[in-house]
Design a protein around this ligand. Structure first.
Ligand code: AMP
Ligand code: GLY
Length: 420
């Protein structure tokens, strides 16, 4: 097949790399220098919906795979389908599961999916009501997309008020005209991604992200500083997440007549009693979850995505390398607040041993020199017989890559648990 991948990050590089290995011919828009090693790149921005539709038609692609959430929320899948192009990615209505926290929390409540108790507020008075009803250990969430910065975990009423007032005051524009205030949960998180054709589910190997910038889960949240797959959860717990979260979601989407052919990425918190709570859905592959998950995936992903796009996903077509995979993100100095861009990167080409792959995220070529062009620059991914072995391989490669001021967490994969 000829497949167009929309996006330019580490997630898209991992998808392109896996699909190219299965023999598909790949086009990426806009892509990045790493993706250019396995795909032809066209300089069309992900959010240029007209440009993406025109490219898909001009190049007669068999399938479009949309990487990031913003074009999905903006309706790229609908536009492509209207033009007769097969696309793996939900409709704008379906993408509201990620694009609106108010919509998604109300959807979970309607379909009896276990999620933290919440209130919606659009005024300071409603924020006070929420504190009075739910207590002050709350998490404040901007309704709309906020590039990963729209969630503030609070410990007292002062913090809740400050975060909510700032958001309602327009910190994220229209995206924070409403906020969700929800009870703060404790436990350990896991990312469970499933592919769906709107009816069936293919649950991918789970992964664990490391969200904060510093070791030991300290510092501000980022898009994700590293991932491990398999994650620490048991087969039983994974089956429960499927039964209690993913299946009711697909049933709910059908009951509401919402077209959803794409990834359901459940961000799940497992409490100390072992109960899974749904924190959020993302409507696309995770980044950097996709990197270790693609490293372990066996089978023809292209056939599965194309089947899902048609509404007829083949069952049981994927399997998993039993080895562990670890992805360590190399981030720019100043990330997440103000990443320093344009720094020269040396050593990213390797050579690497078998099982090590360096996925490009925020990179660009300047006069044939590789430079940083985003907060998260590279995702160094390694397979190993154990998490410890995968970690060792990944960090050995990380240490050979030069980027002035680079930020790397040293504790990816150290939490342990069932898989570690
Ligand atoms: P979200 O975008 O909703 O997944 O939130 C981003 C991160 O904030 C999550 O991965 C959690 O680490 C944290 N978080 C979100 N909701 C809660 C909650 N109810 N209790 C505790 N932490 C939360
Ligand atoms: N790794 C978190 C995300 O993809 O949203």
């Amino acid at each position: 097949m000829r497949i167009l991948i929309v996006g330019s990050g580490g997630r898209e590089h991992a998808l392109a790399w896996r699909l190219a290995q299965a023999g598909h011919s790949l086009l990426a828009a806009p892509g990045n220098p790493g993706i250019a090693l396995v795909a032809e790149c066209a300089p069309v921005p992900a959010l240029d919906l007209d440009g993406q539709v025109a490219l898909a038609l001009a190049r007669e692609v068999d399938l479009v795979v949309v990487g990031p959430e913003a074009p999905l929320v903006a309706g790229l899948a609908d536009r492509l389908r209207a033009a007769g192009v097969a696309v793996f990615g939900p409709s704008a209505q379906g993408a509201q599961l990620e694009g609106s926290k108010v919509f998604s929390k109300q959807f979970f409540a309607r379909h009896h999916i276990r999620t933290a108790a919440f209130r919606v507020a659009s005024s300071v008075a409603e924020v006070e009501d929420a504190i009075a009803e739910l207590g002050a250990a709350l998490v404040v969430k901007a309704d709309g997309l906020a590039a990963g910065k729209g969630v503030v975990v609070c410990s007292d009423a002062q913090e809740v008020r400050a975060a909510a007032v700032e958001m309602l005051g327009g910190r994220f524009g229209a995206a924070s005209k409403q906020v969700v205030l929800e009870q703060r949960l404790s436990g350990r998180e896991v990312s469970v991604l499933a592919l769906t054709d709107g009816r069936g589910l293919e649950v991918l190997a789970p992964a664990e992200d490391h969200k904060t910038i510093f070791d030991g889960d300290r510092g501000p949240n980022t898009g994700g500083m590293g991932t491990v797959s398999p994650a620490w959860i048991s087969e039983d717990l994974l089956a429960r997440i499927r039964r209690e979260i993913l299946e009711p979601t697909v049933a709910g989407l059908n009951a509401e007549g919402i077209d959803y052919r794409g990834v359901l990425y459940a961000g799940v918190m497992v409490d100390p009693e072992g109960q899974p709570w749904l924190l959020e859905y993302n409507c696309r592959f995770g980044d950097p979850e996709t990197q270790p998950v693609m490293a372990r995936l066996r089978g023809d992903l292209g056939a599965v995505l194309a089947g899902a796009a048609r509404g007829a996903m083949p069952a049981g077509a994927l399997s998993w390398d039993p080895r562990a995979a670890v992805c360590v993100v190399v981030a720019a100095a100043g990330y997440p607040d103000a990443p320093r861009l344009g720094e020269v990167i040396r050593g990213a080409e390797g050579p690497w041993g078998a099982g090590v792959t360096v996925f490009h995220a925020g990179t660009a070529r300047r006069d044939d020199v590789l430079v940083s062009a985003g907060g998260r620059v590279l995702g160094v991914t390694a397979l190993g017989a154990t998490v410890e072995e995968a970690r060792r391989q990944a960090y050995a490669a990380v240490d050979r890559i030069e980027l002035p001021g680079k930020q790397v967490r040293r504790d990816i994969g150290l939490r342990g648990g069932a898989a570690g």
